[in-house]
Design a protein around this ligand. Structure first.
Ligand code: CO
Length: 441
């Protein structure tokens, strides 16, 4: 019968287990229950304490799907086991545990082991195992010695590099994850272009301060003094999003485990500074986010993972960027440990399929009667934050701040901001200014 699995820090999981002396019907029933429970929970191993029994019994088994390329191991039942040999060579793998649902930790263990004990009928057995088999045996054997997955936690120090909104969610999730320790946040020093004006808000800096993380504000990350400062922190892994500065080789070299960039497009499509805006301008049906290794060539590094989403066609840059930031953060947390363990090998981008985006200028927001209605609508969404969409009517500049297409794909202007006035409904604008804003059908 399938049994309920005991989770988290339940004291039973920490209790000293007892040797099994009797191999009779009672023990046989326990073993059958354990096998059934393990299989139904899609686990590759289960120890008796996990179903509430402080006995030295564990089972393990892995039969991968045929096309998965993984190698499995047979159903193994161990009673009163003892690991008698462990290789000096260690391996790091991502490990989970049925008693810690959803948790995946990087755990370093001997690559191969030799274990002796008894099978379910009391016959003495010795098993030599390596790879995932050795991993499962050691994990289950831990359970019999009141050791849990979380006891193996070794934090990985990392640097977060970013300035704009895109990385907010990633920074927050990395900070909350017990596997990672965000030791420093490196961000661009934003100075106001106008004198006596307060500097614009840097959202990453604000968040880092709120989370109590060390902040390093830099005008140029490639400055030799800054490079020295980063080097002194001995951080090997970096995560970057929306930073806005070129990263030179001297900085990349610091991060021997890699500097992972969160880029809001399906690379190699839309490399460069404006992927989200260009996605909307092009009227694409899908968008996405890519995790790549930062190299010297912009956005051309090896691809770690990618997530694709379908677009409704009504997204603004602000909304889509926020959404892709959330998708990217989850993708990062789901794949980072597999990258670190070496299970996930980055692959080269197909440079032949690459396309590039440019930084937009204020004049890119200009539309007039020769601009199609569909284009006006896309521009309003793409340039919602910057550089804004404007036209000139009766010699006066008018910003179009919100618009949509109706069922017949006809442009409906919702909100405008005439020169020197506050933003208003388009219907109010028409009452005062009389001239309708018209575009090409
Ligand atoms: Co476990």
């Amino acid at each position: 019968m399938k049994q309920k699995i005991i989770t988290k820090e339940n004291p039973i999981l920490r209790k000293q287990t007892e040797e099994v002396l009797d191999f009779g019907i009672e023990t046989q029933n326990i073993i059958d229950d354990m096998i059934e429970t393990m299989r139904k929970e899609n686990g590759i191993g289960l120890a008796a304490p996990q179903i509430g029994l402080s006995k030295k019994i564990f089972v393990c088994e892995f039969s991968p799907k045929e096309d998965s390329g993984l190698s499995g191991f047979p159903l193994t039942v161990f009673i009163n086991p003892k690991i008698i040999k462990s290789s000096k060579k260690l391996a790091t793998m991502v490990e989970g545990c049925l008693s810690f649902p959803g948790m995946e930790l990087l755990v370093k263990r001997p690559e191969s082991i030799e274990i002796e004990g008894f099978d379910r009928y009391g016959k003495k057995i010795i098993v030599r195992a390596s790879g995932l088999y050795a991993r499962a045996i050691q994990h289950e054997n831990d359970h019999l010695n009141s050791t849990l997955l979380t006891d193996h936690l070794e934090e990985i120090d990392l640097a977060f590099i970013g300035t704009g909104d895109l990385g907010l969610e990633a920074l927050e999730l990395l900070h909350a994850d017990s596997q990672y320790n965000v030791k420093v946040v490196i961000t661009s020093k934003i100075v106001s272009k106008q004198k006596n004006r307060k500097a614009p808000i840097n959202p990453i800096k604000e968040l880092a301060k709120n989370l109590g993380i060390n902040v390093l504000e830099v005008e140029n990350i490639n400055d030799p003094k800054i490079i020295e400062t980063i080097k002194r922190s001995h951080i090997k892994l970096g995560v970057m999003a929306d930073f806005g500065q070129i990263i030179k080789k001297e900085v990349l070299d610091i991060f021997s485990m890699g500097l992972i960039n969160i880029h809001p497009s399906l690379l190699p499509k839309y490399r460069g500074p404006s992927p989200v805006q260009q996605t909307i301008l092009d009227g694409n049906k899908e968008a996405g986010v890519s995790l790549i290794l930062t190299g010297e060539k912009m956005d051309a590094g090896d691809l770690i993972s990618q997530a694709k989403i379908r677009l409704a066609g009504t997204e603004t840059t602000t909304i889509l960027k926020q959404y892709l930031g959330e998708i990217g953060a989850n993708l990062l947390l789901n794949t980072l440990s597999y990258y670190v363990s070496g299970d996930l090998k980055p692959v080269r981008q197909d440079d032949d399929k690459a396309s590039y985006t440019r930084l937009f200028k204020p004049e890119n927001g200009f539309v007039d009667e020769n601009t199609s209605e569909a284009e006006v609508e896309r521009k309003v969404r793409a340039f919602d934050k910057w550089p804004k969409v404007y036209t000139v009517s009766n010699g006066k500049r008018v910003q179009i701040t919100a618009a949509h297409l109706d069922e017949d794909k006809k442009l409906v202007i919702d909100r405008v901001k005439p020169e020197g006035k506050n933003e208003m409904n388009y219907s109010d604008y028409l009452l005062g200014y009389k001239h309708a804003l018209t575009f090409r059908r």
